[in-house]
Design a protein around this ligand. Structure first.
Ligand SMILES: Cc1cc2nc3c(=O)[nH]c(=O)nc-3n(C[C@H](O)[C@H](O)[C@H](O)COP(=O)(O)OP(=O)(O)OC[C@H]3O[C@@H](n4cnc5c(N)ncnc54)[C@H](O)[C@@H]3O)c2cc1C
Length: 364
């Protein structure tokens, strides 16, 4: 019989592994991580990085706490469909096959102007500058959820490097193209136009990988229409005290990234510890504090933030001498900040231009 509370982490991606690491540090839990794969896929750098791990299967796992971190699947082949289990060797072969198809294709069509579509287009051009690459997207801009500067930079880079970008074009018929399997196809747009290429990547339709829980999460509002797991601000699954969901598979409205999946995982892991101790849980969006490139999560940063906010308001809003002094200091500090932002903005612009030029000039 277990002497320590058992935590089952489902999914060994960015979120699952971060949570397991956080909990293991406490030495207070028996942590089991479950994943059908026998390797870790570094998705942002797909298709290159694989690190071997261990796999387990066929057991029923009892738990005191569970953390669901099964991520998402894409139609493009950057991740295999959730119901397709590929070994490391099969996955490497899949990447090699896609690479061979790119080698052979004279024209490549990418459908989807989100981060995945833009990245796939840029990667292909970076390595194969002579390919005819076209990217179509249904929205009026690329990267529609992102900052205007990011949109502008991506559109400019792709244009300068020869990608034909067509916005406001929606595909209604995929011409037999299946998910996860880029191939030659002729597609039809909602306006009835036909577009074809030697190789078409379907970079639309990211879906939470939650089919596994569909039967267990039948309660009101537990799964969103897209299949994401609904969570409370504490990252507890709606209707469950001891089950948390983090990363790409939950309904938190944020740009889903590996970085944020890791932060949420740490918050959920800390909440398991708090729950176990009978203490109040922290709320995810409130307990993340970004200091430069360093993201801190937890109740401590949240309290620091609140404390500094309180001190700041008391200092600056008063009418006495010291408040006047603080106001002068804040003015000075703001002046320096503005200068710094301008200087960094210029440096970032120069670096971005250099990166774009460097990428364009890089050999195939
Ligand atoms: C091309 C591309 C580029 C990206 N670039 C960036 C980037 O530059 N920076 C960034 O921050 N983010 C990037 N992202 C997003 C990032 O990869 C995801 O946000 C991140 O992987 C989410 O982490 P996760 O742990 O929630 O899910 P995942 O990393 O998808 O991990 C989920 C894990 O759950 C496992 N699993 C699935 N189903 C089951 C099951 N039934 N039972 C057990 N285990 C299961 C899977 O095998 C997998 O190991 C990119 C994504 C793509 C596709």
């Amino acid at each position: 019989m277990a002497t320590r509370p058992r935590v089952v982490v489902v999914g060994a991606g960015f979120a699952g592994l971060a949570a397991a690491r956080e909990l293991s540090k406490t030495h207070a839990y028996e942590v089991t991580v479950v994943d059908p794969k026998d390797y870790f896929c570094y998705v942002p750098a797909a298709p290159v990085n694989f690190v071997e791990g261990e796999s387990a299967s066929g057991e029923t796992l009892a738990f005191d706490y569970a953390l669901l971190a099964t991520g998402s699947v894409y139609a493009s082949g950057v991740k295999p469909p959730a119901d397709v289990l590929l070994t490391r060797t099969q996955r490497l072969k899949q990447f090699a096959d896609i690479r061979a198809k790119i080698d052979k294709a004279a024209s490549v069509l990418i459908v989807g102007g989100g981060p995945v579509g833009v990245e796939v287009a840029a990667e292909i051009l970076h390595r194969f500058p002579a390919k005819k690459v076209r990217l179509v997207c249904a929205h009026s801009t690329l990267l529609d959820r992102m900052d205007p500067q990011a949109k502008e930079f991506a559109a400019k880079w792709l244009h300068q490097n020869g990608v034909e970008v067509v916005t406001g074009m929606r595909i209604s018929d995929w011409g037999g193209l299946t998910d996860g399997n880029p191939a030659a196809a002729t597609l039809t747009t909602t306006k009835g136009e036909k577009i074809s290429a030697d190789l078409v990547f379907k970079c639309v339709g990211v879906r939470p990988a939650t089919a596994l829980y569909a039967a267990s999460l039948q309660g009101p509002g537990q799964l969103s229409r897209s299949g994401a797991i609904a969570v409370e601000p504490t990252l507890q699954v709606v209707g469950w005290q001891n089950v948390f969901a983090v990363g790409d598979c939950n309904t938190v409205k944020e740009e889903k990234t590996a970085a944020l999946a890791g932060v949420a995982a740490r918050v959920a892991a800390q909440n398991i510890v708090l729950l176990d101790a009978g203490k109040e849980l922290q709320r995810y969006p409130e307990c993340v504090m970004q200091m430069g490139s360093n993201v801190q999560a937890g109740t401590a940063p949240a309290r620091f933030k609140a404390f500094f906010g309180w001190v700041f308001v008391r200092m600056v809003a008063g009418s006495g001498f010291w408040s006047w002094v603080y106001r002068q200091m804040v003015k000075q500090w703001l002046g320096m900040l503005v200068k710094d932002v301008r200087k960094n903005g210029k440096a970032a612009g120069a670096a971005a231009a250099q990166t774009a030029n460097g990428a364009a000039a890089a050999p195939a």
